[in-house]
Ligand binder design. Structure first.
Ligand SMILES: [Zn+2]
Length: 190
C-alpha cells in the first residue's frame, strides 16, 4: 500500500481491520498510538534494540482515522493563516495520510527533545533511527531532498513500515522513496 498526494486511501475513510497498542513508551495518549499488528510488533523490537544501545525512544503518533486527520490538517491550515499550500508541505489532507494506514508512526526521543522538529535528525534518537530503522522494516518516509517526489518537507521522525526485506533492499540500492522503488509517479502535489 503506497499512499501519497496522488494516491488516496481507498475508500478515503479506510480503516485497518485490526489495530493494537504497541507495548512501548508513549509520548501522548493510547488512542493516538495504535498500529497494525505487524507494525506494532516491529516497533516493540525496534524500541527494545534502541534501549540496548542506550537510546530512549517514544511513540508520538500512530494510527489516525480520517476524522482525526480532518482536525490535524485543519490545525496546520490555521497555523499558516489559511494558506493550504503551506499546510500541504507539512500535513496530509484527510484520506491521504500514511497515518491512516496504521503502518506509519512518528518517533520521538524519550526526553522530548525536538519532537516533530527538523532538529530531531541531530538528536541521538534521530541518528539511531536513521541508521537502524530498516533492520525492523521501517523507512524514513520523507527525506531531505525528496520533496519533489514525496510532496513533503523532510520528516526524520516519520517512519513507514514496509517489512525488513523492502526496507533493506531500498537501503542497499540507495533508494529513499517508495515512489521510486515501486516505479510510481512522483507526487509533489495533489
Ligand atoms: Zn507522521
Amino acid at each position: 500500500m503506497v499512499v501519497n498526494k496522488q494516491r488516496a486511501l481507498q475508500p478515503v475513510e479506510f480503516a485497518p481491520a485490526e489495530l493494537v497498542l504497541p507495548q512501548v513508551s508513549l509520548a501522548a495518549n493510547q488512542e493516538n498510538a495504535l498500529l497494525r499488528p505487524d507494525a506494532a510488533a516491529a516497533v516493540e523490537e525496534m524500541f527494545a534494540a534502541a534501549a540496548v544501545d542506550g537510546i530512549g525512544l517514544t511513540l508520538v503518533s500512530g494510527y489516525r482515522s480520517y476524522a482525526v486527520q480532518v482536525g490535524t490538517y485543519n490545525h496546520w491550515v490555521n497555523q499558516y493563516g489559511g494558506d493550504t499550500a503551506a499546510a500541504d508541505n507539512v500535513s496530509a489532507r484527510p484520506g491521504f495520510s500514511e497515518h491512516q494506514t496504521g503502518l506509519a508512526f512518528d518517533v520521538g526521543q524519550s526526553d522530548g527533545a525536538c519532537t516533530l522538529g527538523s532538529c530531531f535528525a541531530d538528536t541521538p534518537a534521530g541518528s539511531w533511527t536513521a541508521d537502524n530503522a530498516h533492520r525492523f522494516g521501517f523507512i524514513v518516509r520523507y527525506q531531505q531532498g525528496a520533496q519533489g517526489v514525496t510532496g513533503f518537507f523532510a520528516e526524520p521522525w516519520h517512519l513507514r513500515f514496509v517489512g525488513t526485506e523492502t526496507a533493506g533492499d531500498m537501503r542497499d540500492q540507495g533508494i529513499v522513496t517508495l515512489e521510486e522503488y515501486f516505479g510510481l509517479p512522483a507526487a509533489p502535489g495533489y
